[in-house]
Structures are given as structure tokens and as C-alpha cells.
Design a binder for this molecule. Structure first.
Ligand SMILES: Nc1ncnc2c1ncn2[C@@H]1O[C@H](COP(=O)(O)OP(=O)(O)OP(=O)(O)O)[C@@H](O)[C@H]1O
Ligand SMILES: [Mg+2]
Length: 240
């Protein structure tokens, strides 16, 4: 389980989100929705352990992320796959090198073992044929797929974090990325947090939904709970 217990996060003395209480059960996907600047990416930074809570606790499988020492946080992060906003691939490396980058940097695996892992991951995202291409030669959707493969490189992940995985993609491509996120969830039994602005995509990938507004989580629940909510902010969100 990923659990936020009375968590406040921010920068310096500026509080961005306060008193957050949410839980993602084993194998489920939670979508985080909210306006630009509401703190969605900040929540993901908390789970990654890049940002420590100002108060409260974030636990993943019982480990309190803020309390891990330097060595344990590195091991912990290997279990977390992070897909950054825009994919954030290295343009000077090939697709295969992007996916294998972490393994070359952090393991003493021989090249053929790394290549095998890279091919397995690229096969999973259906892009084995572009292994030697550079990211600039790929479409937006293909770049996102590579970013997902790269996020899974260290080991089969326990947790996947996706920051706006479909922003800037056409509806058809967005759908295929949503389906891939579901496929990762089903195949690896991961817990996932997905940040998105798009309600269609949210309902396509999510089991649970959390809305952030005015620094708080104003509602968490399944699709039915969201659709039946009378909260004015959520009504507006649903109608646009
Ligand atoms: N490194 C930082 N230092 C200081 N303030 C920051 C930093 N990163 C984010 N913020 C501030 O925290 C708030 C929340 O930012 P965050 O990136 O989490 O929002 P978001 O919901 O992901 O927005 P978007 O939908 O535009 O990506 C914003 O006011 C932002 O200016
Ligand atoms: Mg963001």
C-alpha cells in the first residue's frame, strides 16, 4: 500500500499541500486530478523521496519514505518507476541506451545481459524495432512508451508514478498510452499514481481518484463516488 498520513509538503516554508490522507491499495491505480499548480507533481516527489514531508508520513509497503537513510533510499527508488512529464529522454542516446542507461551506470551486468533486459522491456512496450533510433525520430506516443520502458529498467517495479503521461498527445495515442499503463498494472501487479488533467484518460486508467483543490484533497473515491459528488469544484471539473 502507498499511504499518505496527514502529509504536508512544500518548498522552504511555503506549504503546497496540507494534511493529505490517501491510500493506494495493492495492485490499484489512483489518479490525481487538480488544477495547474495545485501540487500534483509535488505529491509524486514525496513518494519518490525527493521531497520530505513537512509533517506527516508517506509509507510504501510499510517503509516510511522520509526515514530511509541514503543507502536504503537508493534501493527503495529501484522499486519505483517514474515517468516524467514529457518523457524526458536523453536526446543524444539511442532508444536502447536510454532504456539501459540506469543498468549501465549502476550495475556490473555484462553488456549482453543488459541488452537482453532492454529488448525485453522494448518488446513489452512494442518498440523493439526502434532500439537503435534516437528519440528525435520518434512520435510523441513512442517517446512516452520508451519512457515507460526506461522507468521499469532497474527491476520489475512495485510502484509506478506517471506525471501527465498523455499531455500533448492526440486522443487515439492517449488511449494507447492509457492501455499500456493498465497493462503494466496487470502484468506487474504494481500500485500506480497517475497525474492527469484529462478526465477521459483518468477514467480509462484509474481505479480510484483524488481531487486536489486549495491545498487539500477534497474527495477520494471510485468513479461512482466522483460522478455522484455534489461538490461544486468537482461538478465544474466533470462538466468541462
Ligand atoms: N522546486 C520548487 N521550489 C519552489 N516551489 C515549487 C517548486 N516546485 C513546485 N513549486 C510550487 O509548488 C506548487 C505546486 O507545484 P506542482 O508542480 O506540484 O503543481 P502541479 O499540480 O503539478 O501543476 P501542473 O499541473 O502545472 O504540472 C506551485 O505553486 C509551484 O510554483
Ligand atoms: Mg505537474
Amino acid at each position: 500500500m502507498i499511504q499518505f498520513e496527514s502529509v504536508s509538503l512544500g518548498y522552504g516554508d511555503k506549504v503546497v499541500v496540507s494534511d493529505i490522507n490517501i491510500a493506494v491499495p495493492e495492485g490499484k491505480t489512483m489518479v490525481i486530478l487538480g488544477d495547474s499548480g495545485s501540487g500534483k507533481s509535488t505529491l509524486l516527489k514525496g513518494v519518490l523521496g525527493i521531497l520530505h514531508p513537512m509533517s506527516g508520513r508517506i509509507t510504501v509497503d510499510g517503509d516510511s519514505v522520509g526515514d530511509l537513510d541514503e543507502k536504503d533510499i537508493l534501493l527503495y527508488r529501484q522499486r519505483i518507476g517514474m515517468v516524467f512529464q514529457e518523457g524526458a529522454l536523453f536526446d543524444s542516446l539511442t532508444v536502447g541506451e536510454n532504456v539501459g542507461f540506469w543498468l549501465w551506470e549502476h550495475t556490473d551486468w555484462p553488456d549482453d545481459r543488459i541488452e537482453e533486459r532492454v529488448r525485453t522491456l522494448l518488446r513489452f512496450v512494442k518498440l523493439e524495432d526502434v532500439i537503435d533510433k534516437r528519440p528525435e525520430a520518434l512520435s510523441g506516443g513512442m517517446k512516452r512508451r520508451v519512457a515507460i520502458a526506461r522507468a521499469m529498467a532497474p527491476q520489475d517495479p512495485k510502484v509506478m508514478l506517471y506525471d501527465e503521461p498523455t499531455t500533448g498527445l492526440d486522443p487515439f495515442t492517449s488511449r494507447s498510452i492509457c492501455d499500456l499503463i493498465r497493462q503494466v498494472q496487470a502484468e506487474f501487479r504494481v500500485m500506480s499514481l497517475v497525474v492527469t488533467h484529462d478526465l477521459h484518460d483518468a477514467f480509462r486508467v484509474g481505479d480510484l481518484f483524488s481531487f486536489i483543490h486549495d491545498s487539500k484533497v477534497i474527495l477520494t473515491g471510485d468513479r461512482k463516488t466522483i460522478e455522484e459528488s455534489k461538490d461544486p469544484f468537482i461538478r465544474t471539473f466533470l462538466s468541462t
